[in-house]
Ligand binder design. Structure first.
Ligand code: 13P
Ligand code: SF4
Length: 304
């Protein structure tokens, strides 16, 4: 049954000239079958450059929307239409416009975990992998940062010369990782390094040996001489961390690090999506063009 469904998916991918992209938080079996896995930045870049006709995006809605913004000629499928991101829903085009009107002329930096409409009202996007570079690229001394208060405050620590207007959005999954849980894990494993995502609460990231995006964690753990790590991000990351470094030990910082939305997509959903070529994610052209401007400005910033 398991092998059969994988073969059916592979055949349909070939038939439709489709590419399967999966975020690093997806279920293990979805990451295993994906053509490309990655963090939000890597997947945006892949979506922009692929010559496939169909993109099957195994992730959450805003990621598929970014693919639709960057690849207008392609069909973008999100196998689970109900896979959303609560943080992205914490800011709307209306509430952002209100904030902008209170701070005329102040540029808006928007985390990609946001809707196409919100991106359309933004000057530039960022991901957790490039947020600091994006902020540093702006000549302005003051900026609006939406929607993640934790990523925003983490970045702000490195650019004391700039003034930030924060939005109080947050990732419920990362904020469920409490200081107590991390302290307890560190006590149980005093020889482990603690690595966490910048969506974590400030008191948690203050304890970290390294703070980085999901792909940053792979690089850091693979190249580090340490043998043991406490991981402070969504559990899906463990799949490739363990694959990359089978000789190292990885412990989740808290059992609460499960994002229900990231865990929705099953192989059955992927198969059904390829059989029906739905659900399709689209963005109205007027919004798409404006949102693309904000994403393009981000993508124009050179990677390391
Ligand atoms: P990155 O993959 O950019 O690190 O983002 C994590 C995340 O929370 C996506 O929802
Ligand atoms: Fe959104 Fe957090 Fe889930 Fe990422 S982990 S999709 S930010 S709720």
């Amino acid at each position: 049954m398991g092998e059969d469904i994988r073969n059916q998916i592979k055949e349909l991918l070939k038939k439709h000239n489709a590419v399967l992209l999966a975020h690093n938080y997806m279920r293990d079996e979805v990451q295993e079958i994906a053509d490309i896995t990655g963090d939000s930045l890597a997947l945006s870049i892949e979506a922009a450059k692929t010559d496939a006709d169909v993109i099957v995006f195994c992730g959450v809605h805003f990621m598929a929307e970014s693919a639709a913004i960057l690849s207008p000629g392609k069909k973008v499928l999100l196998p689970r239409a109900d896979a959303g991101c609560p943080m992205a829903d914490m800011v709307t085009a209306e509430t952002l416009q209100q904030l902008k009107s209170e701070h005329p002329g102040v540029p808006v930096v928007t985390y990609v975990n946001s809707s196409a409409e919100v991106k359309a009202y933004s000057d530039i996007c960022c991901t957790s992998a490039n947020a600091l570079k994006v902020v540093r690229s702006l000549p302005a001394e003051e900026l609006i940062f939406v929607p993640d208060r934790n990523l925003g405050r983490w970045v702000a620590k490195f650019v004391p010369e700039k003034r930030f207007i924060f939005w109080e959005g947050y990732c419920p999954t990362h904020e469920r990782m409490t200081l107590q849980a991390v302290l307890q894990k560190k006590q149980e494993h005093p020889d482990a390094l603690f690595i966490c995502h910048p969506e974590s609460a400030p008191q948690v990231s203050a304890l970290a040996d390294h703070v980085c995006s999901t792909s940053g964690m792979y690089d850091y753990c693979r190249t580090s001489s340490a043998k043991k790590f406490i991981i402070g991000t969504e559990a899906g990351i463990l799949y490739k961390l363990r694959l990359d470094s089978p000789d190292k030990e990885f412990r989740l910082a808290s059992p609460a690090l499960f994002c229900p939305n990231m865990k929705l997509t099953s192989l059955e959903d992927v198969l059904l999506s390829l059989q029906t070529l739905s659900p399709v994610v689209t963005v109205p052209e007027e919004i798409r063009l404006k949102a693309k401007g904000a994403l393009d400005r981000m993508l124009a910033i050179p990677r390391d």
